[in-house]
Design a protein around this ligand. Structure first.
Ligand code: FAD
Length: 305
């Protein structure tokens, strides 16, 4: 049953017609519980509130699969303005972005130029930028771009997904770059040819990745809401005397709020991933796929609008 609903929502997440309808009719189906508004200005008070509570933030301007150069440039400009706004408002926030939103499917040169402009601006204000990882067909190109840019910009992170067979090898290749990595399980629909399909294998691989990155002395963001993964990271750090300033926990906005506060109270760094923007549909559907319990507030949202 769980697998069926997961596949169903992942299928919906890629449905362009529903995406257009969702935008056009603007009904947010309860998405406002997990998305920080359609404009960055709406996200600012939320970030301030999270910062006041001792939580750090990374903001993501929602949107992927841009197909024209002009749209990719608009996305770049939006990222730059977000960085400027973070600095102006003295927010404790990083930025996350997707390379497809900056023209990855159009040309490598375009995405590189857009990223360089963003990273130049981010460097001015000491803002870290993390490249989210998308589906497996874009993984190698994303890692190649990360390596190219990391050689020039230190304020750059990326994401590795433990469901991919190739990730352990990818991590080894990244180690010489002193990577800032968010380690996650992976959110896309992938075939058994490239990804573990058993939850246990995905979880075990995530633990291996966390251990490898931390024991190699690299900063690690553990992006998970899973108690087992969080407990594993805490124990690993204790056993190996890994300082708490070498890692952080990252969770999505609106997910496990109490756990976020508890970890912060225990003295761990917790960063909340706060998405905003008009393109909330695909993000929202992927979250439903991960956790059907989220359907409860979505259904409530439909009837309360
Ligand atoms: P799961 O494996 O989904 O769940 C394990 C257990 O955790 C559940 O049984 C339950 O006990 C508990 N749990 C999980 N969610 C909740 C909840 N909402 N409330 C209560 N309990 C819960 N994926 C990508 O592919 N690319 C990315 O760039 C990316 N970036 C991410 C950034 C962040 C900050 C986070 C947190 C995730 C990101 N993901 C990304 C998504 C990630 O890959 C997983 O799909 C997602 O986090 C679900 O896996 P999980 O480890 O949180 O828990």
């Amino acid at each position: 049953m769980e697998a069926i609903s997961k596949n169903f929502f992942l299928y919906l997440s890629n449905n362009k017609v529903l995406d257009r309808l969702a935008k056009r009719y603007g009904s947010r189906f309860g998405a406002d519980k997990i998305v920080g508004g359609e404009e960055f200005s709406q996200a600012i008070p939320l970030i301030e509130q999270l910062n006041e509570e001792g939580l750090e933030v990374t903001v993501d301007h929602l949107g992927e699969f841009v197909n024209s150069e002009s749209e990719a440039k608009e996305r770049k400009q939006e990222c730059i303005e977000t960085i400027q706004s973070i600095a102006r408002n003295q927010l404790n926030s990083e930025v996350s972005l997707k390379l497809t939103s900056l023209g990855m499917d159009i040309s490598e040169q375009l995405v590189k130029e857009n990223m360089e402009e963003i990273l130049e601006e981010a460097k001015k204000y000491d803002v870290t930028v993390t490249i989210d990882m998308e589906d497996s067909s874009r993984c190698q190109a994303t890692l190649d771009m990360y390596k190219t840019l990391k050689a020039k910009y230190d304020n750059l992170g990326t994401v590795l997904q433990s469901y991919l067979y190739s990730t352990e090898e990818d991590l080894k290749e990244l180690l010489p770059y002193d990577p800032y990595l968010r380690l996650v399980k992976g959110a896309y629909k992938e075939s058994g040819k490239v990804a573990f399909t058993e939850k246990q294998s995905v979880d075990e691989n995530l633990k291996r990745l966390i251990k490898t990155n931390l024991l190699n002395g690299h900063y690690t963001a553990v992006g998970s809401h899973d108690d087992a993964i969080i407990d594993y990271t805490k124990k690993l750090a204790e056993e190996h005397g890994i300082s708490r300033d070498q890692f952080e926990f990252q969770m999505l906005y609106g997910m496990r709020n109490q756990m976020q506060k508890d970890l912060k109270d225990e003295g761990y760094t917790v960063r909340v991933y706060l998405p905003y923007g008009e393109d909330w549909y695909g993000y929202f559907m992927r979250r439903l796929a991960e956790r059907p319990a989220n359907i409860a507030f979505a259904i409530k949202g439909i009837f309360s609008k």
